[in-house]
Design a binder for this molecule. Sequence first.
Ligand SMILES: [Zn+2]
Ligand SMILES: [Zn+2]
Ligand SMILES: [Zn+2]
Length: 166
Amino acid sequence: MKNVLDDKLPASGFPASEHDHADCVERAVQTAEQICRERGLRLTAQRRRVLELVWNSHKPVGAYEILAELKDDGRNAAPPTVYRALEFLIEANLVHRLDSLNAFVGCPDPHNPHTGQFLICRQCRSVAELGDKRISDMIDSSAEDCGFSATHQTLEIQGVCQACRT
Ligand SMILES: [Zn+2]
Ligand SMILES: [Zn+2]
Ligand SMILES: [Zn+2]
C-alpha cells in the first residue's frame, strides 16, 4: 500500500495556497466510489453531493452550511438527511468530524486505517491530517497502562499554518 506521504496529496500536509482544487474534489469522489464499491456500500447521489460539499475546500464545514448548499441545489434536504449522509461518510472513513469546531472535513487518505490527528490553523481555518502512528501508539500504550482499552482517538491541535506564518 502506498504511503500517503509519498503521494502528492495536498492534504497530507497543508495544501499549497495555489492548487487545482477541482482535482482534489474529483479525486475524493473517485476514491469514495472505489471504496464504496469494494465494501459493498451505496454511495447515493445525496451522499456523493454531501461529500463534494465537505470537500468544497480544505477548511472544515458545518452541517448547516452543507444544508444551505443543498437547498441552493434545489434538493429537498432536511437536517436529518444531511446528518445521516455525514454519518455514512464518517463510518466509511471518507469524512472526519472535528468536535472542537463542530464541523466536518474530507479525509485525504481513506484507504489507510488511521486515527485522526488534525492540525487546525486558527487563521485560515485550513486543516491538515497528521496521521502519525507513533503518536497513536503512544496514546494506546499509555491508556493500556491505566488498564484502558482505547478504541478511538481524535487529536485536534490548534495553531498557525506555514502559509499564514509567512
Ligand atoms: Zn484542494
Ligand atoms: Zn483521514
Ligand atoms: Zn493558515
